[in-house]
Design a protein around this ligand. Structure first.
Ligand SMILES: [Zn+2]
Length: 314
């Protein structure tokens, strides 16, 4: 459960996360739909595309239409990378959402399933970012725009102590919006998780000693022990007024996500090499070898998932 951020908290979090090109639309601090229904507690933050492009979009998002009154989001992100602050409070961005999709963000699950039928009010529980994109197949997100989108979602997660698995797309939340937006969301969440695993001042491409050195088994064990120790601290906080355990918990969760994905990747690579080696000189045709490799990858990924989820990790 988290109380929604105040306008000042949001501005501060954005600036700390490196979002510098910000337009505060006049009245955004009190532009909301709180008079219609509840806002908060919040548990998630949603990515949308606008399904249209143009300079009128900030005002459109602010005002909405007679059928769908504004604000239509909390923030509007132009293709230039400029972020417009549109509303604070309840906004008309999500509509009704599926309960399995909500369960995935609420409990920060590693997988975000295809949404079932609409079941609950998404506007009460989720922030919403609208990203300017036509939605046409192949229409890109410029690098700057994508980077700011990652920073916006990371800023919300970091403030609340959430992992990147609190980020969802409109297409993951309801069957009504199957391509909103078209970007691969697991990759987007990986990019948010990478930000969260670093200090707030980190920029993509920054190098440091940690990343230049290969992780040895001993290092991996140390990291794992650290995560478990931090989890122990969190389970028994010494002081109820000390918020440092929230920051530690966020780091721990995001380290876990990164480690889990690295482990999956490594296991799959090992399985491929093993499968290929066993087929050398076997006389099997290409299709059989491909099938054997695909099965090896699938088995490896399942095994890692079972190992991790069966290990009692938080
Ligand atoms: Zn949407």
């Amino acid at each position: 459960m988290a109380a929604p951020m105040t306008p000042d908290q949001w501005l501060k979090a954005l600036r700390e996360e490196g979002v510098t090109d910000i337009v505060e639309m006049p009245g955004w601090r009190t532009n909301n739909r709180n008079h219609v229904a509840a806002w908060g507690p919040v548990h998630a933050t949603m990515v949308h595309h606008t399904a249209g492009e143009g300079s009128g979009l900030p005002n459109f998002c602010f005002n909405g239409t007679s059928d769908l009154p504004g604000p239509l989001c909390h923030d509007f992100l132009a293709r230039s990378g400029r972020l417009y602050l549109v509303g604070n409070g309840r906004t008309n961005h999500a509509g009704r959402v599926a309960s399995n999709a909500y369960d995935a963000v609420l409990n920060e699950r590693a997988t975000h399933p295809k949404p079932g039928p609409d079941a609950l009010d998404g506007n009460t529980v989720s922030y919403g970012l609208e990203v300017e994109n036509s939605g046409a197949v192949g229409r890109d997100w410029p690098a700057k725009q994508y980077d700011v989108a990652v920073r916006v979602e990371a800023a919300r997660c970091r403030h609340h102590g959430w992992s990147a698995d609190s980020v969802w797309a409109h297409k993951e939340a309801t069957r009504r919006k199957p391509v909103d937006p078209r970007i691969p969301m697991d990759q987007f969440r990986d990019d948010v998780a990478e930000r969260l695993a670093h200090d707030v001042s980190w920029n993509p491409g920054d190098t440091n000693q940690e990343e230049d050195m290969p992780i040895t088994d001993a290092d991996a064990e140390k990291i794992a022990r650290k995560v478990l120790t931090i989890d122990g601290v969190i389970a028994n906080p010494v002081s109820g007024t000390d918020n440092s355990h929230i920051a530690l918990m966020t780091s721990a969760r995001n380290i876990e996500i990164v480690v889990r994905r690295l482990e999956t990747k490594e296991a799959a690579q090992t399985a491929v090499i093993t499968a290929l080696a066993s087929k050398v000189g076997s006389g099997d045709d290409t299709a059989e070898i491909v099938a054997a490799v695909q099965k090896a990858i699938a088995d490896a990924v399942i095994k890692v998932d079972v190992d991790i989820n069966g290990g009692g990790a938080a």
